[in-house]
Design a protein around this ligand. Structure first.
Ligand code: SF4
Length: 342
């Protein structure tokens, strides 16, 4: 059985092949990552469903243990350029318990292996005949709670004898796990992008909607970001899910700008995409533009993230099939989940 999740030299070592760049093994390796092999591939789980909204495609793969991964193919364009981003999951479910997030409703079911994460890209290329330009770890799960497998995935994607994807085309998005941010910094990968979910102007509100903040408050997060060795032209993406009546007051925008002062970043304002049984509605466009304007007035570089896929539960914070956790009574339900410190 061939395994995904290996760099070219690891693949050759595992299968006792000549690892020279010109050997026939390289052709086989590239065919494997393109999903063009007839050989049985472990962890390339079948796509059992897909949903389309406009040009966006969400697809679901089912693993042999019955659990499902969700990934989203997002075509993007600006002026004359077009590119395609794949949003991958790093876990099935998530233990972080963010109250606005559909994935949190599942609890954490399990980590995905590097092979299963790479398998999402292979499935996108094979089943949907899509060239993937960028990969973002913004699907189900907290990537830094599955650090080793996520890092191995990045190694596979960027292997010069494999897909050779530029590190700058990969974004890891974290809830703000401080130890994970510091471990990533220690790898010296200067081109990889880091997105951090802030979502609140102060500790009081952040602790209410993101339990991680009770363990790692905003001051710890700020210190980790200030210590992170950004390149001159690089900046963090700070995600801010705008939830009506929770974090959208004018004073909140000012507090966010104050908190981020001195941190090179762009705030991505993401209109809240309601999860199932959500206590909050989505914000209207006027509220989003008002908050953006307030951030910009306070001197904070900010943009709005366009909403895509909301009607198919494919937008930010909407991934996850709750019936999976009903099949798993051992899963800790939302609200009881306490993020474990490292
Ligand atoms: S927002 Fe991210 S970290 Fe929070 S529960 Fe959802 S998937 Fe997990």
């Amino acid at each position: 059985m061939i395994s995904l999740g290996l760099t070219y030299s690891e693949f050759c070592k595992r299968h006792d092949l000549n690892d020279s760049p010109k050997s026939d093994a390289r052709r086989r390796y590239l065919a494997l990552l393109a999903g063009q092999t007839e050989l049985p591939v472990g962890e390339l789980h079948p796509v059992i469903r897909h949903l389309r909204e406009g040009e966006l495609t969400k697809f679901i793969q089912r693993a042999p243990d019955g659990l499902e991964t969700e990934s989203v193919i997002i075509p993007m364009w600006r002026k004359d350029s077009r590119w395609t981003t794949l949003c991958v999951s790093s876990q099935v479910g998530c233990a972080m318990g963010c109250t606005f997030c559909e994935t949190a409703q599942l609890g954490k079911l399990r980590n995905l292996s590097a092979a299963e994460i790479v398998g999402q890209l292979v499935a996108a290329r094979r089943e949907f005949d899509t060239k993937i330009d960028n990969v973002v770890f913004m699907g189900m799960g907290e990537p830094f709670d599955n650090f080793d497998e996520v890092i191995q995935t990045v190694r596979v994607l960027t292997d010069p004898l494999g897909l050779s994807m530029g590190m700058s085309r990969i974004t890891i998005s974290t809830v703000g796990r401080v130890e994970g941010i510091r471990k990533l910094a220690s790898l010296g990968w200067r081109r990889i992008n880091l997105a951090v979910s802030l979502n609140a102007p102060n500790d009081e509100i952040r602790s209410q909607i993101m339990p991680i903040n009770r363990v790692e408050p905003m001051s710890m997060l700020r210190a980790a970001l200030l210590d992170y060795p950004l390149r001159t032209c690089q900046f963090f993406m700070i995600e801010y899910v705008l939830i009506p009546g929770v974090n959208d007051a004018p004073d909140h925008a000012r507090q966010v700008a104050d908190y981020l002062r001195g941190i090179k970043c762009c705030v991505n304002v993401i209109p809240y995409n309601p999860r199932h049984e959500s206590p909050w509605p989505a914000p209207d466009e006027h509220a989003v533009q008002r908050f953006l304007g307030q951030l910009q007035e306070a001197g904070q570089f900010s943009k709005k993230r366009e909403t895509k896929g909301r009607s198919h539960m494919a937008a930010c914070g909407q991934l996850g099939n709750r019936t999976m956790s009903r099949k798993r009574p051992d899963v800790i339900p939302l609200g009881v989940t306490k993020p474990a410190p490292y």
